[in-house]
Each structure stands twice: as structure tokens, then as C-alpha cells.
Design a protein around this ligand. Structure first.
Ligand SMILES: [Zn+2]
Length: 185
């Protein structure tokens, strides 16, 4: 039994379709020190990963963030910690060099999702102040923010998408594009 997986330990979970995004953004801001569009994008990216991979978050999933460690892009990584529950302290979040707003998520049973922030969405970050940019990111439809590639093992058909399915997956799951938006910050 690994250190974290001890019996009797109560684990938190995240349900990305029911989460209070505004509360997560508040928590992310507490952790990170300021509100910003990359932080909010990271939170939504983490939630999207859990939704795509049907993961409860925190455990049984690993993330590799390609942001490197130079802000503002690296601010995304703190958002990923909040949204997915993958953290450096638990050893299931790794940050690699790259300076790219992209992350790969892998569940223990081998399902993977690679999620990339759309360049045009990043472009929009540069207009306006941090608060209004953050608000736009919190309100934007998921499909306008991210592209992703998903490989769902376990006998499911693999989905490789440029963009996100708007009408749900072939196996009947709803489209992640319908994840909740935040109310104005
Ligand atoms: Zn920041």
C-alpha cells in the first residue's frame, strides 16, 4: 500500500458537471495569489480532463503540464491542480519545459487526454485587463477554449478529435462542451 493509498483515508472527488466553477476560481486565486486568464483556463482544463476520462480526480490520474515555469503561461499549471486535483505534492503532476498551454492526463487504467489551449483563445487573453480576460475564459464554451485528443482504452472506441464533439460521444456520453460555465466573477 502506497503512502497515499492507505486504507481508511477519506478521499476527495470532483464531479466536473456539478462543480461550482466560481468557487474553484476563488480557491485557485487563493492558492495562486492572483486571478488571471491562464489560471482560469487551467481550472477548466483540469475539469475537462476529468470529464473526458470519467475520473473522480485527485487520485488515479496523472497530469503532465507543458507550460514550463515562466508566467503567465505557467499560471495554467496551478489551475490544473485546482481543476483536476493532480498536484506536485502527491507526485501526480509533473511540469515539463515547453512554454505551451498544453497538458496530458493519464488515468491509472491507461486512458489519456491531451488538451491544448487554442492559440486564438490565448490571443484573446492579451486584450483587456486580467479580470475581464479571466471572466471571458470562465464564460467561454469549452470548445472555444480547447482542442483535445482522447484515447479511451478499455474496449471503447478511441476518439481523436480536433476540437470537441458538440453532440456527445458515440458511446452516448454527453458532450463536455456542456460543462457548466461560471457566473460573472
Ligand atoms: Zn499567475
Amino acid at each position: 500500500v502506497k503512502g497515499h493509498e492507505g486504507q481508511g483515508m477519506r478521499r476527495r472527488t470532483v464531479d466536473p458537471s456539478r462543480v461550482d466553477l466560481a468557487a474553484l476560481i476563488e480557491r485557485g486565486t487563493e492558492l495562486h495569489g492572483h486571478l488571471g486568464p491562464y489560471l482560469v483556463a487551467g481550472i477548466r482544463m483540469g475539469l475537462l480532463a476529468l470529464d473526458l476520462l470519467e475520473s473522480p480526480g485527485y487520485f488515479g490520474i496523472e497530469a503532465e503540464s507543458e507550460t514550463g515555469t515562466v508566467p503567465p503561461i505557467s499560471c495554467l499549471t496551478d489551475g490544473i491542480q485546482i481543476g483536476s486535483g493532480c498536484t506536485t505534492g502527491k507526485g501526480n503532476l509533473r511540469v515539463v519545459a515547453g512554454g505551451r498551454a498544453r497538458a496530458r492526463f493519464v488515468t491509472t487504467d491507461g486512458r489519456t487526454a491531451t488538451i491544448t489551449l487554442r492559440p486564438e483563445a490565448e490571443e484573446a487573453f492579451r486584450s483587456g485587463d486580467e479580470r475581464s480576460a479571466s471572466e471571458r475564459v470562465s464564460l467561454a464554451p469549452i470548445a472555444e477554449l480547447f482542442t483535445c485528443g482522447v484515447d479511451l482504452s478499455l474496449g471503447r472506441s478511441a476518439v481523436e478529435e480536433e476540437g470537441l464533439p458538440r453532440e456527445g460521444f458515440s458511446d452516448g456520453r454527453r458532450s463536455p462542451a456542456r460543462l457548466p460555465h461560471a457566473p460573472p466573477l
